[in-house]
Design a binder for this molecule. Sequence first.
Ligand SMILES: Cc1cc2nc3c(=O)[nH]c(=O)nc-3n(C[C@H](O)[C@H](O)[C@H](O)COP(=O)(O)OP(=O)(O)OC[C@H]3O[C@@H](n4cnc5c(N)ncnc54)[C@H](O)[C@@H]3O)c2cc1C
Length: 495
Amino acid sequence: MKHQALPTSAARSIADAVKRVVNPVGSPAVLKGRPRNSSEITKQFGEVDAIVVGTGPGGTSVARGLARAGKRVVMLEAGRDHRGSWYYGTPLGPMIYTEKRGFLRSKEGIAIVRPMLTGGATNMFAGAASGPPDWWEARTGINLGQEIEETIDELNIAVLPDDQMGRASQRIAEAGRALGQDWYAQPKFNDVSRCRVAFDCGAKCMYGCRCGGKWTANDFMDQAIAAGAALLTECTVREAIIEEGAANGVRGTHRGEPFELRAKSVIISAGGIGTPRILQNSGIADAGNKLAVDTNFVIFGVSEQRGNADESPMTVSYCDDEAGLMYSSLMQPWGLFSLQQILMGRQHWPKIGKFPRMMGVMLKIKEDLKGYVAPDGEISMPLTEVDMRRANQGYLVCRDILIKAGCDPDSIFWNPPRGTHPCGTARIGEHIDADLKTKFDNLYVCDASTFPDALVRPPTLTIIALGKRLARHLNADLSATSKTDQPAEAAAPVH
Ligand SMILES: Cc1cc2nc3c(=O)[nH]c(=O)nc-3n(C[C@H](O)[C@H](O)[C@H](O)COP(=O)(O)OP(=O)(O)OC[C@H]3O[C@@H](n4cnc5c(N)ncnc54)[C@H](O)[C@@H]3O)c2cc1C
């Protein structure tokens, strides 16, 4: 990764501003390894060692690990790579690259954010990093300690320096501490040294990062391609091909045309909603029989001072595991906030003008695996009475914090719930074993769907660690197969 000093002069700032408008950072530097169709892959690769479906953190961490070990890897991604486009990271972006233009709802009406592009949901994530919860190892039998440490070192995951924490966010933490809560500085996937233009983190990062400071799974995807992997975008996988109890390829459509591609191993990493659909079509009928989404709310208040919209989201957090609640500093970006108020009706419109002085606290509730993803595509995600009781309890805590932080008590309100972490649809211990293998040989799952329960904390670091671990396991497995079959040739990059 190339590190560049931050610009200091006015001229440099203007150049940065222009660059941000016409050429957002993150546009893929190298476009090799992007064949046009599956027959081109077969022609260039011969036999494929592994197909990875989906390029979120789960898929790309496995793909990169395999490609770096010389395996012939193909990543298949339903979405496109939008990083080089003018709209990437603007309010228009999510309307182009999230399912149903951002209006995906469970049948009960809970909004679910499902980004569909290379890099998956990390394009729109808030960049907060957290390891697995205390119960993880006991329930999964998987110790992720080494992989978590490795990832923290590699990606420079750390709390932001004081001057980037945000003044309003710090006021939130100070207010919480004054109320006896244990607020802490939140480690983040954001790193100034990664920026190619001036660090410009704010709520708008959740449209897609334009300054380059936020790590996304696109980085791993580019590194996998640099190591020889191929990527096919606009390629929707429908099912794994199962023959004699083992997977040996996938079927789907590429730009609307049916295709089939064979490989020694198949890793499904299509996320908490995409993965169960593929597994159901592949003969694992009970995949998706449960679902959690880490339902969250933002509680807003208006103060006399500047709010936290221009500040990096989730720089300070507080977990109350006993109550099943997580709190963090977070404002919605202006465009999304305004659209929401407009849609909610005329009485909400005056709030838009108060946005610059608004402070936001995100509240995530612990919920049971109570939803489902049905084979016909229906998503159920109810909000039960227990959830609402928990949410109300959290709302009152947020209200106290915001008042203590200087907000007018009459200005406090919350927005409708959203689910941003679909998970638990192909669970370790039920649908897959501790090696992330399904009941079929050579068919693996690696993404948020593997969680045995909702984590109620940022899941991406755990997903990356699972991916690194699976890559190690598969590298050993595939090397053993190659030795007994024939020597594997080094994977040639496809240009
Ligand atoms: C607004 C928002 C804020 C968030 N904030 C944080 C945060 O601060 N910290 C954190 O850790 N996490 C955060 N998350 C959650 C985090 O981004 C996700 O949990 C994580 O990206 C999930 O990784 P994944 O690999 O399971 O799936 P995804 O990232 O969803 O990737 C799945 C990929 O598979 C592709 N795909 C789907 N179906 C198919 C198919 N049939 N064929 C081929 N490809 C397919 C999709 O296009 C996508 O690229 C946030 C999410 C959102 C939406």
